[in-house]
Design a protein around this ligand. Sequence first.
Ligand code: ATP
Ligand code: MG
Length: 411
Amino acid sequence: MKLNNLPEAFVQATPLLQKIEEAGFEAYFVGGSVRDTILNQPIHDVDIATSAFPAEVKALFPRTIDIGIEHGTVLVLWAQEQYEITTFRTEAAYQDFRRPDKVDFVRSLQEDLKRRDFTINALALQKDGQIIDLFDGLADLDNQVLRAVGNPQERFHEDALRMMRGVRFVSQLGFELEARTFLAIQENHALLAKISVERVMIEFVKMLLGTHRNQALKAFVATECYQYCPGLRPYGEALLRMADLPALPLIKEEAAWVLLLDQLHLNAHEVRPFLKAWKCSNACIRQVQAGYQFLLMRKASDWTDSALYQAGMTTIELVESLLPFIGQDGCLNDVEARYQALPIHQLQDLAVNGRDLLQAFDRPSGPWLKDVLQQLEASVVKRNIANQQEALLLFAQAYLEHAEKSQPKAK
Ligand code: ATP
Ligand code: MG
């Protein structure tokens, strides 16, 4: 097969292949960008594989960065773009069902394509548009099939992550796992325990965010891969229920986690340990916790002004985006208008600050300041008082007097 019109990203990278070939080596475009081009889908990163060894690649280009030289990858800076150029390699010495730390560089394209995960990812593209297809990847693309390159048992023993990648590609592409490949995953799913959570998590999140999430969730459960993912072992049925939700897009990773938590019916206190076990970042955990808290609230009732204020726009957007999954209508425009119309959006928007209070009330600084500011903040948000200095100070005075009466020693 020969592609006639290469996407612009390949055209721009063609001089690199030319330069490597002029020096007497082979070079090809490989990986996801070749697959996605044939599927008529947009491509992200253009990856290049070559018979040149890393030192030989570095000698050809003036600006390079060693990003993974022990794996054979050199980053080449070229015309405002960056390209990963990786030497053909085999990964002969697998230990422990994980990708090996060391690789052997080879001069043969066939050897390199042989160690790739699925036939549709084992295509190479020449600069003239010719596709090299040593493992019938084109037929599998045509038939929408995910088939391991070679013997699936061996491939999943070499690197168990490939099983999660398989399920992830089901979600992104809507393809079926070919029967032997499926059975090999089912048989070897426990090997996932050997893989670092970080690598599994990347594939899991891509699976949740993929267009064909429901189909992938079913494969994830049927192959039992879920049993060796953090915190999911008791939840096979819940995951299958999740696979029956409407096939709508999720707006981002945090939304995917919140939807998952909701389907698993986790309690608030279980959320953090669950996400920690997945090694989510603290920023992600914070956003997911807030999203889950307000989703539960929103399922039961409409937003109050206080809830809108506490949640903030990022969380509001996340929550509204999830309502259609659970049979409720999200109406982001209306809710956003209500949020924008709030009298204040953060404590700093209050017409008085701590210094104003210290000046107005002749008292030493102390916990009362925070207490009063919080009262003012809540009352302004609920529109019980206007956000004007005079009104706020009067309110503060009344509040302090009242507090003193009920707690004479409070300062
Ligand atoms: P994406 O569009 O998500 O980037 P991709 O197929 O390009 O998908 P990458 O992780 O970028 O996935 O990997 C690039 C290529 O490297 C793959 O297409 C595949 O050929 C090969 N590859 C990646 N990970 C593995 C693995 N664990 N085992 C075998 N081959 C792999
Ligand atoms: Mg890629």
